[in-house]
Design a protein around this ligand. Structure first.
Ligand code: C2O
Ligand code: CU
Length: 458
């Protein structure tokens, strides 16, 4: 409600007179988790306040889950929205009993604002830290702690950050969906985080039996214009589970991914969301029928189980049902590479204590990999652990070149790519953003058990 009022207030500003600065158009209205109010009156600065604390939540209707850790008492945390080029200032206070940070997943910002403990001293209980940076790219991003993240993210510290294009295309509705699976006992308690004694989590990561869309396990509802055009933004914030998504009752295309809008939208039966991945969908509700439905699919044996998480009823004047011209720039052409980065994933140990390694070392023992910035670079990720690992690189985009020597034509810029057991994946990056960048598996239990290293871009 606060968000809506803010938007209305912006839209109401009187037109600029000749000697006053032009008024930026209001940001599109986002439907989903409550939006964080912008506390700074300047047009090109968004200031939000986030407070991490302990609360209860009702993930399952009628059942209270204690021990939830949340930003501003909501799970997921507030939707943060701004426009590309804006300054984002986040005044963050830690009211937890333990240290934490906020990492801005996917953003190409300076490394001292990246929220990783190798660079920033974690924010201790009772302390405040101000994150402030310019938003370099439009797209769908997310934020989460980078300290003991297997527990902190699962307990609820996670949220979406939407950076609008300078001139967003006009749609009938723009929706945000934060998708997670959470491990709850039958009476709604959080399942144990003791990795040693709940050892299967060390192996496969923590997967849960309760699927949440915007913090709820019940069906989310809304209304849609038949034949209108909607933009749906999705993020998979699960600790370990690869999700898939599809839409019924509409024609739909993938129009964006990790790095923002893509040049060539594509359609498929379903779209894969490895942990950490975002996709933007264009959804055109069928002119008649039950209304559009967002399904989340999870692998089960050789097939998929399908869970509807959102359904809209058709309402209003029919639109013309035509897709929009999303018109993103072509991807940067890949140049001849002049340096190589190799990361080999493996596993060691046994019993209740296994460790996941990159180049033979856990995070505690890692040797940073030092490379030159602004240089066409081949990054080869070779898995020898025979487990799947969503590989994530901070601070820079990459493209996928090949998997096991077979060329892959993925039409977008990425920060996360799923490396399946035994695969050899070749990625291409120009390492355009200098800094110390964590590179890790985004299965948070694997990361916690060692599978993180650092790429130093000079
Ligand atoms: Cu989403 Cu290093 O993380
Ligand atoms: Cu992994």
């Amino acid at each position: 409600m606060i968000a809506l009022l803010t938007l209305l207030a912006c839209a109401d500003k009187t037109p600029a007179t000749d000697d006053s600065a032009p008024v930026a158009p209001a940001l599109p209205e986002l439907l989903g988790p409550a939006v964080a109010p912008d506390l700074d009156p300047a047009d090109d600065v968004v200031e939000v306040e986030l407070v991490a604390g302990v609360t209860d939540a009702e993930f399952i209707e009628g059942i209270s889950t204690p021990g939830v850790w949340a930003y501003n008492d909501q799970v997921p945390g507030p939707l943060i929205q701004a426009r590309v080029g804006d300054t984002l200032r986040v005044v963050f206070t830690n009211n937890l009993d333990e240290a934490t940070t906020i990492h801005w997943h996917g953003l190409r910002i300076p490394d001292e604002m990246d929220g990783v403990p190798a660079i920033q001293d974690p924010v201790e209980p009772g302390e405040t830290f101000v994150y402030e940076f310019t938003l370099p790219d439009a797209g769908t991003w997310w934020y989460h702690p980078h300290v003991r993240s297997n527990e902190q993210v699962e307990r609820g510290l996670q949220g979406m950050l939407v950076v609008h294009e300078a001139e967003p295309l006009i749609v009938d509705a723009e929706r945000a969906f934060v998708l997670d699976d959470i491990a709850l006992t039958s009476d709604g308690q959080m399942y144990s985080f003791d990795l040693d004694n709940s050892h299967p989590q060390q192996v496969h990561g923590r997967t849960g039996g309760t699927l949440l869309a915007n913090g709820q396990s019940g069906l989310l509802t809304g209304t849609s214009r038949p034949g209108g055009v909607e933009r749906w933004r999705l993020v998979n914030t699960a600790n370990a589970r690869t999700l898939f998504a599809s839409v019924d009752g509409a024609s739909w295309r993938v129009i964006g991914t990790d790095g923002g809008l893509i040049p060539e939208p594509w359609t498929d039966r379903r779209v894969q969301l490895p942990v950490g991945r975002r996709v933007d969908l264009e959804v055109i509700p069928d002119p008649e029928g039950e209304g559009p439905v967002l399904n989340v699919l999870v692998q089960s044996g050789l097939g998929f189980d399908t869970f509807p998480v959102f359904q809209a009823e058709l309402e209003g004047e029919p639109g013309d049902g035509l897709p929009l011209d999303w018109g993103a720039e072509p991807l940067p052409a890949m140049q001849e590479t002049t340096q190589d980065v190799e990361m080999t994933f493996s596993v060691t140990g046994g019993g209740t204590s296994i460790y996941w390694l990159i180049n033979g070392a856990t995070w505690d023992e890692h040797e940073p990999i030092v490379v030159s910035g602004d240089t066409p670079t081949r990054i080869v990720v070779q898995d020898e652990s025979l487990a799947n690992h969503p590989f994530h690189l901070h601070g820079n985009f990459f493209q996928v070149v090949s998997v096991d020597g077979e060329p892959v034509d993925f039409p977008g810029l990425l920060d996360t790519w799923q490396v399946n057991g035994g695969q050899r994946v070749e990625l291409y990056s120009e390492l355009e953003n200098p800094g110390r960048w964590m590179s890790h598996c985004h299965i948070l239990e694997h990361a916690e058990r060692g599978m993180m290293t650092e790429l130093v871009v000079e």
